[in-house]
Design a protein around this ligand. Structure first.
Ligand SMILES: C[S@@+](CC[C@H](N)C(=O)[O-])C[C@H]1O[C@@H](n2cnc3c(N)ncnc32)[C@H](O)[C@@H]1O
Length: 402
């Protein structure tokens, strides 16, 4: 056997070994997360090895086709249409119900079948599989729709952005690929809220899903909110429609919450209809680049906020919070992304990094960069605890030092 054949054999037996370990974990009632990652990465290595370099690089370069295909199927509501029947749905039925050209729809469906997003049990008959079934969740679909649509359009302008900045990422606020793509000076959130309410609404829904789905562990399983005194005030800064706080409040009804956001006024749809829980809630319009109006709260919560901001803007946001905090009382809880790529090959932050760069002109921070950021905030912030529960995600509890 030649060198190539023996590499295929080696990878094949590695995969078989990982599959055994995967099954052992399942039998023991444990989650085989590491084993699943090892199987995927070894299978990908094998796939790349047995594919010609020309085909492989072509495939990688055309990866955007999958984003386009999912986006189009979501635009045309095709996943919902397929879900309506008990049997696989024919191409003709989908053409009739969607009003879309047959050849266009066939081409898009073919791409999704090739990427295991749909099944085609017999020719031109389509059914949902495990992957596409999760797109029936309205918030899950919103997240994927956002990634395909905004992500692709914005990402397409990264090369112009990188050329303009001479290959550097400025630490101060600057024109992002998102702004180049949309021909606007407005930042991401204000642009959507003022110019494209439909996409703003979709993003809010996406956040409700991503904080539950992709982030994995909910924040209340990381930080113990029961340690806060009865009546303690939690300020959810940039809290969107309050989905995180509403979830926390269900388990900790002794707390009260202030949800601050740019246009904050509404509770998250479908998260709660419990009027008693809502009594402990206030929604407040606040721009976190300005002075924090709630002084001396027990806890200020920043979930997925720093990742959208350059270091200079993060410093500004933190400075306003520290000014409002009382030493030895107020806690600042930051739940965000961390770049841990040096320690481990896989991190949730890695696939999001280029998206963050395109939309916000920043990347996820390493632990060292986080510490440098905190050290720059006037009055001082010290880390009292930190947790890395899901790969690529960090939670810090901090207090004001003076
Ligand atoms: C990535 S989302 C995070 C939402 C929520 N904290 C979560 O974890 O799901 C960022 C949020 O920050 C809000 N935001 C952006 N710029 C803001 C600003 N200048 N002041 C207040 N909120 C802002 C957005 O409207 C959005 O709801």
């Amino acid at each position: 056997m030649g060198r190539e054949g023996s590499k295929v054999e080696r990878l094949g037996s590695k995969i078989a070994q990982y599959i055994r370990q995967y099954n052992e974990k399942i039998d023991a009632g444990e989650k085989p997360e590491d084993e699943a990652l090892k199987i995927s990465s070894a299978c990908q290595e094998l796939d790349a090895f047995v594919t010609s370099p020309e085909s492989w690089t072509n495939r990688v370069a055309l990866a955007y086709n999958s984003s386009i295909a999912i986006c189009l199927l979501l635009d045309m509501n095709i996943f919902q249409l397929i879900s309506e029947g008990d049997e696989p749905t024919s191409l003709d039925t989908l053409v009739e119900r969607s009003g879309c050209s047959k050849s266009l729809l066939r081409c898009v469906l073919r791409e999704c079948v090739a990427k295991s997003i749909l099944d085609e049990p017999t020719s031109q008959m389509y059914q949902l599989n495990r992957q596409s079934a999760c797109l029936l969740d309205i918030n899950g679909a919103a997240w994927i729709h956002y990634l395909c649509d905004v992500g692709l359009f914005t990402g397409a302008h990264l090369s112009k952005y990188v050329a303009k900045n001479g290959g550097q990422i400025p630490v101060y606020r600057h024109e992002t690929a998102f702004q180049m793509a949309h021909g606007t000076h407005q930042p991401f959130y204000t642009f959507f809220k003022s110019c494209d309410p439909k996409k703003a609404e979709r993003f809010d829904k996406a956040m409700q899903w991503s904080s539950r789905g992709s982030a994995g562990t909910p924040i209340e399983s990381i930080f113990d909110f029961s340690q806060l005194r009865p009546g303690a005030v939690v300020v959810d800064v940039g809290g969107g429609r309050g989905h995180n706080s509403l979830r926390i409040a269900k388990a900790q009804p002794h707390l009260s919450f202030i949800i601050q956001d740019l246009g904050a006024s509404l509770p998250a749809h479908g998260v709660t209809d419990d009027a008693d829980i809502l009594k402990g809630f206030q929604w407040q319009q606040h721009d976190f680049y300005n002075k924090q109006p709630v002084k001396g709260a027990d806890l200020y919560f920043l979930a997925c906020i720093m990742m959208d901001n350059t270091s200079e803007d993060c410093c500004n946001i933190l400075e306003h919070l520290v000014e409002a905090m009382i030493p030895n009382k107020s806690i600042l809880l930051i739940d965000d992304a961390i770049d841990i790529s040096e320690d481990d090959g896989y991190s949730l932050a890695n696939p999001m990094n280029m998206h963050l760069l395109a939309c916000f002109g920043t990347l996820s921070r390493t632990m060292e960069e986080w510490k440098i950021l905190f050290s720059k905030v006037p009055h001082g912030l010290c880390i009292i605890n930190h947790w890395i529960v899901d790969p690529g995600r960090v939670t810090f509890a901090l207090q004001r030092t003076s």
